[in-house]
Design a protein around this ligand. Structure first.
Ligand code: SF4
Ligand code: SF4
Length: 393
């Protein structure tokens, strides 16, 4: 893939491929590493998305999928804590999306990312009824989770979130647990905890940090995690750890499904509770108002955000890599690291990831293990050593 945008004219005509919808701007807990409240601009927004904004958003979604003849348009409900929006609003939105699907033929899969504290049977019934998939933030066992994920009174939230995760695992609901890596603890603490909870699909995400910070090294943690993943899946696939499968996917030359791994443009469009449109949510790690645009869904169609300078600047930064990344042998697989991890006050996004040394070590370790142990099964039954597959990619 080239390291620059291929065709500006084609860019203007492309649809936005997924939507992040902020239905609540406040939260019911107080995590110490939360990037959302690093940007005080969130307090200027309504606490919850109102009916008028939701109606307009649904119109814009239908207009967008029809205009571009989309067959799939994922919608991620987010916050703050999105369940503060209330279960009735979730039902209303999901039913409206089902109506749009039946009129346009476009699937509108809904996912929600939640801290899980409010989950009860009514929520489970709603998720199951509308096939809403759930990402629940759970940093593994209590001694890791409760370091950062606390109530406003300072008490840990682990017991409530583990209860919610177990409830989700007991129902027919697509669920992924999202943990943030704390490299001060061994990866076995996470892997054993999720196995004991019956959670076989989870991620252990790289902690957010910019180049202006000095986060601890993560390579030993992830190299250990990779070994545990290999061991757990040796006989048959039993556990999916998203960052590991994404890194392997990217290393083998395919697009990883998540934005944090691999070389590809970040094109997420975020809708706020007042209908304003923002650039990628997590870029507010860079500070106050950094993601704000001049667009809103009352005046602009969803795909018009492509003409908005701030949104386009963030999108362009995601594929314009610094010199070091352009010359790196893992450029395609790593993509310079997750966009917010490339930010510095001095150079903007023109840096390798703050985790560059770690990422290099992780990809190198993964590549050497894959080359020596794994085979790719070809459709005709031929088995291809991964070293050969990597050379052909
Ligand atoms: S649950 Fe999410 S939004 Fe709420 S404080 Fe924690 S990280 Fe921030
Ligand atoms: S390993 Fe470092 S130099 Fe290589 S692409 Fe990733 S961030 Fe850039």
């Amino acid at each position: 893939m080239p390291a620059d945008d291929p065709d500006p004219a084609a860019f203007q005509n492309q649809p936005i491929s997924q939507l992040l919808v902020k239905v609540a701007t406040r939260c019911n807990i107080d995590c110490s590493y939360c990037y959302w409240f690093r940007d005080a601009a969130v307090y200027d927004k309504p606490k919850l998305m109102g009916a008028e904004v939701l109606d307009r958003l649904l119109q814009r979604i239908e207009e967008h999928v029809a205009k571009h003849s989309l067959v799939d348009f994922p919608i991620i409900l987010h916050g703050g804590e999105p369940l503060l929006w209330g279960v009735e609003n979730f039902h209303r939105m999901a039913e409206a999306c089902e109506g749009i699907s039946s009129r346009t033929g476009c699937e509108l899969p809904i996912a929600v990312t939640t801290n899980g504290v409010l989950i009860d049977d009514d929520w489970l019934n709603c998720f199951e009824a509308h096939d809403i998939s759930v990402a629940i933030s759970l940093d593994g066992p209590a001694h890791i989770h409760d370091v950062h994920r606390r109530t406003f009174q300072g008490t840990g939230t682990h017991a409530a979130v583990e209860r919610a995760a177990r409830m989700l695992a007991s129902r027919d609901i697509g669920t992924i647990a999202l943990a943030v890596c704390n490299p001060g603890y061994p990866p076995t603490d996470y892997v054993e905890f999720f196995a004991a909870c019956g959670i076989a699909n989870y991620d252990i995400m790289i902690p957010d940090a910019t180049v202006d910070e000095h986060p601890p090294s993560i390579a030993a943690f992830y190299n250990g995690l990779f070994n545990l993943w290999l061991e757990a899946n040796r006989g048959k696939p039993t556990v999916n750890i998203r960052i590991i499968s994404d890194m392997i996917t990217a290393l083998l030359g395919s697009n990883s499904p998540t934005e944090g791994v691999g070389y590809k443009p970040v094109e997420l469009c975020t809708i706020m509770t007042d209908g304003s449109v923002e650039a990628h949510d997590v870029l507010r790690i860079a500070g106050d108002g950094f993601t704000r645009t001049t667009f809103n869904i009352f005046e602009h169609a969803i795909d018009e955000v492509r003409n908005e300078p701030r949104w386009k600047a963030a999108r362009d930064a995601s594929i314009k890599l610094c010199d070091k990344c352009r010359q790196c042998k893992f450029m395609g697989a790593c993509g310079g690291g997750y966009l917010p991890h490339r930010f510095s006050k001095k150079n903007g996004y023109d840096n390798p990831s703050v985790y560059c040394d770690d990422l290099y070590s992780m990809f190198e370790n993964m590549q050497s293990v894959l080359e020596s142990h794994l085979y790719v099964a070809k459709p005709g039954g031929e088995r291809l050593n991964v070293r050969d597959a990597l050379q052909r990619a």
